[in-house]
Design a protein around this ligand. Structure first.
Ligand code: 3PG
Length: 214
């Protein structure tokens, strides 16, 4: 049975110009990192299901950082969606799209940003009711010019390009009328995590918030 998600996909996208794509290998990093991002102005946090510690990290953030909204990235199956919801995730991001993942997210009360890289994938996601999509991998699959081309036939879709987005090229994406935000891993560098350099992560978040939508 579908459960209402606490945040719509559009709300997740419009909270800040950038959704950080986060890879955590140590549960001890989760809470101070989330606090740093929130202090810098970023609340919507995509913790990717790529490490054995990811679910425990989500749980810790959900429990101890009430101003953060933890989401799960790299959701590839119904089981991933269920585990993420159980760990306290409030939204999900997937690198591709299947109807089974969409259904599982609706069942779990997770809003979903489905990943797409082709027109057919956009149409499949639209058939299931999705109009806010992640364009992945954005730079490798065509970059800003691909989004401009999609703006014709898919005039009613808004995108979060992710993959190869940097502080240098983010503005080019954000200036497009069909882009609501971008995703990127640069806000949480592995070396900043390893060094416990939370002020650097806060500063990266602060700078990301200065990026402007058109
Ligand atoms: C992702 O993992 O969703 C993206 O690959 C993040 O890409 P980036 O590391 O190029 O920002």
């Amino acid at each position: 049975m579908a459960v209402n998600a606490p945040f719509t996909a559009l709300q997740v996208m419009q909270d800040a110009p950038v959704i950080p794509v986060i890879v955590l290998n140590d549960v001890a990093h989760a809470v101070p990192m989330a606090r740093a991002l929130v202090a810098g102005g970023i609340r919507m946090l995509e913790v990717t299901l790529r490490t054995p510690q990811a679910l425990a990290c989500m749980e810790a953030i959900a429990k101890e950082v009430p101003d953060a909204v933890v989401g799960a990235g790299t959701v590839r199956s119904a089981a991933d969606a269920k585990a993420a919801a159980n760990a306290g995730a409030k939204f999900a991001v997937s690198p591709g799209y299947t109807s089974a993942v969409g259904q599982a997210c609706r069942d779990q009360g997770l809003s979903l940003l489905p990943g797409v890289a082709t027109g057919s994938e956009i149409m499949m996601a639209q058939e299931d009711g999705y109009t806010e999509l992640k364009f992945f991998p954005a730079m490798q699959a065509g970059g800003p010019s691909m989004l401009k081309a999609w703006g014709g036939p898919f005039f009613d879709v808004r995108f979060c390009p992710t993959g190869g987005v940097t502080p240098q090229n983010a503005s080019e994406f954000l200036s497009l009328s069909n882009v609501a935000c971008v995703g990127g891993s640069w806000l949480v560098p592995a070396d900043a995590l390893a060094q416990g350099d939370w002020p650097r992560i806060e500063q990266l978040a602060r700078e990301a918030c200065q990026l402007k939508l058109r």
